[in-house]
Structures are given as C-alpha cells and as structure tokens.
Design a binder for this molecule. Sequence first.
Ligand SMILES: [Zn+2]
Length: 344
Amino acid sequence: MPPLRPGLEAFIAGLPKAELHVHHVGSASPRIVAELASRHPGSGVPQDPDALREFFTFRDFAHFIEVYITVVGLIRDAEDVRLLTYEVARDMARQNIRYAELTVTPHSSVTRGIPDVAFMEAIEDARTAAERDLGVVLRWCFDIPGELGLPAAEETARMACELRPEGLVSFGLGGPEIGWPRPQFKPYFDRAIAEGLRSVPHAGETTGPETVWDALRELRAERVGHGTSAARDPELLAYLAEHRVPLEVCPTSNVATRAVPSLAGHPLRRFVEAGVPVTINSDDPPMFSTDLNTEYAVAARLLDLDAAGLAGLAKNAVAASFLDEAGKARLNAEIDAHLAAWPR
Ligand SMILES: [Zn+2]
C-alpha cells in the first residue's frame, strides 16, 4: 500500500462527509460508555475513560462481541438512548461528518424493557438536537438482528411501519449471514418497501457472492452493506455497476472480522475498476479502533487518491445517500468549497 500523500490527513479532517454504514450502539466511544456507566454505577463497567480505552482496544472478533454486549447492557432506559445518540452525533461533528444514516436496532432495546414509543421519542429528540446544536443531520436505518430470526424481523418491521419516526429512511438486516439465508426475510422487506422505506441489507461480508445476489433479487437492495465477496463474481460486479448499486465499504471492519485478509488485500480498488459505486464507512468505529477519517485515509492509500479523488469519494456517499435533492446539493457544494480552498 502506498503511503498517504502529504497533507491529506488535514484535508480529510476538514472534508465535509456523509456516512451511510455506521451502527448506533457500535458507535459508542469510550467517552460515551464512561458517561453511560456513570448513570448505572452498579453495572461493573469502569467509569474511567482511560481504563475503557484499554478495554476498547481491538484484540480479536470475540473481544469485539464482548465490548458490544457490554455497551448494550448499559442502555437501560430512554435517557440512555437519547444520550448515546446525541453523543454519537457529537463524535461525528468532530470529524466533520455532516450527514449520517445510523443503523439502529430497536429490537435489542425494546426486548430489554425500553418501551418502543419511548425509544422512538429518544432517538428523535437526539436527532433534532444534534441537527440544531451540532449541524449533524441524522437519519435512521432500522435493522433486523438476523440471528434472532423471524420474530425479530416481524417486530422490527412492525416498529418501522407502525411507529415510523420522522428520521427513518431505510430498512436493514445485520447479524451473521451463515445459517441465516437472506430470502427468509423477504416478506419483512416487502412490507417496509411498501411503506416507502429503502432496502439496505448487509450481504456478502462473511458469505459468498450468492448472498449479495439474494439481497438484490429477494430483498431488492438499493445499497449493499459490505458486499466484499462480490469481488469474486465478475457478473455481479457488472450488475452492480450497470444498475448503480453502491457498496458500503468498511475497510478496517472487513479486516477485523476477517472478511478480507488484510487492508492491502482489500478489494476496494477492484470495485472501483469494475465501475461499482463505492462509499467509505466505519461500521462500529470505536470497537474497531477506527473512525471515518481513518477509513478515508485507508481508502486514499488503497486507491492512491489526491485531494480531488477524496472529494469524489465523499460525493459518492452523498449520491448514494437518501438525502433529498436540496440536501445533496448543499453537501456537494460544501465539499466543492473545501476542495477549492485546498492549497495545490
Ligand atoms: Zn454493519
């Protein structure tokens, strides 16, 4: 992998960005977990951010799951949900993320006793406050925790369609792919799509390209989460390019979960060369010891990009987003202004 070109770290830091694949609970930084832990002193989770930073340092996938479960265990009431959501937006603002479609799994919180209506009010309250105070526009993707099967799918579709919060734009599917074929979730996607939600399932992260085909054909995916194994299927790459179906690429996450062997071995360049629209994302950033700026730096190295190339990558995310046209034009203009002001 070539090194990052000089000065690009600062360019990336100031670049207005949109993020399309990032999880709500998975975005809880050590700072946020410390705040949640201080609300629940009996939880056994350290309240000291330094100790938490140590705990958060990515070791392996089993450790990632351990961290994730620890954070889920700290989200016990609607105020925890509000705090988490707003503070995630604050971390985004620090990286100049201006728009994010945050993947939320309401099922996990509701089954832990937070009433569904209170959950919706909490995320919506945080969303409007984040836009007002921080200038970060948030939208939601409600995702099915696939490993909990059809009852979780039914419950997620019910909340998405019947309680539909104003910021909700899309419907997703996460969790392990092996043993949970995508087609069984078709009725729930059909229902969400009929309500005007957009389809954005994870697919082809831990399984082969056939899962991406299933996501396209059965779940009518408009974007694909990860889709790394698509690199092995030229016909699929051609389809994604022709139909302009973007991949939500998360390089560091893909290495951490062993979806790809190494950053240098990531198929990002192959996607770009095949004409597939790609967006760069961070997935569960603190848990993979990364953030979106770091992922842009990785992409710049993999694709050997200059400032204009990075601005193009940021615009890919705007184009692939579910922002309205006026919002897209505004964000693109901010990206153009940042590039124009950049010393050559
Ligand atoms: Zn994900």
